[in-house]
Design a binder for this molecule. Structure first.
Ligand SMILES: [Cu+2]
Length: 224
């Protein structure tokens, strides 16, 4: 039996999809996107730079309850080197090397100049038939904590507690992308470990057109 053209399954499906899309449009827009590229004084891409977007007019979405992340001490490095978390996140430190390490946390800024240590503990080296040593710290205030080891001064790491949920870290290509941002006037705060002075925030207007920004640091980024 032939169907009447007006009630063919394809036609009713397309009408249904059109209605669905119209219903969802106010929910889906206005989503903005921002791409940010960071290079150093020599023009090389800079990984591990953190950009945070502040959008005063936007309601801050409810961020999922802060969870737990792990930072490993492995082959004389903090891995990952830069960890970005939301306030209240529990950070577990483990030592995967066969020798001891310290985890020393110093708040960046004034406390750093005074070398005021926020927390410190020692993690025993891993030995056969023994569990890997670990300890945890809850990071509840926005800001940057420098991680170090008293025994190995080359070991450096960073925990960045974000002020907003709109935060990203640059990859090996020096690029970070944030999608699904609310539209409106915003400022982009940039942090990078080797920049001693605080970088001036960049004002942007987020809208339907993707925003592409770049920034050159005044320093040569330390390679790992
Ligand atoms: Cu160490």
């Amino acid at each position: 039996m032939a169907l009447h053209p007006d009630v063919s399954p394809m036609k009713s499906l397309s009408l249904w999809l059109a209605a669905l899309s119209a219903a969802l449009t106010p929910l889906l827009s206005p989503a903005a996107s921002l791409q940010f590229k960071v290079t150093d004084r020599e023009g090389q891409p800079v990984p591990d730079a953190v950009l945070e977007v502040q959008i005063p007019s936007a309601a801050v979405p409810r961020v999922p309850a802060p969870g737990q992340v792990t930072i490993n001490q492995s082959k004389m490095k903090f891995v990952p080197r830069v960890t970005v978390v939301q306030p209240g996140t529990r950070v577990v430190f483990t030592n995967q090397d066969r020798w001891d390490h310290h985890v020393r946390g110093t708040l960046a800024g004034l406390a750093q100049m005074l070398d005021a240590v926020g927390f410190q503990f020692r993690l025993a080296g891993w030995a056969d038939n023994k569990p890997i040593a670990s300890s945890e710290v809850v990071f509840d205030k926005p800001g940057v904590t420098l991680l170090g080891c008293f025994l190995h001064s080359s070991m450096r790491g960073y925990v960045v507690v974000a002020e907003t949920p709109w935060v990203a870290v640059t990859g090996a290509d020096g690029v970070a992308v944030l999608d699904d941002l609310p539209s409106g006037a915003a400022t982009v705060k940039l942090w990078q470990a080797d920049e001693v002075a605080e970088l001036a925030p960049v004002p942007v207007v987020l809208g339907p057109q993707p925003v592409v920004l770049s920034r050159q640091l005044s320093v040569v980024a330390r390679r790992r």
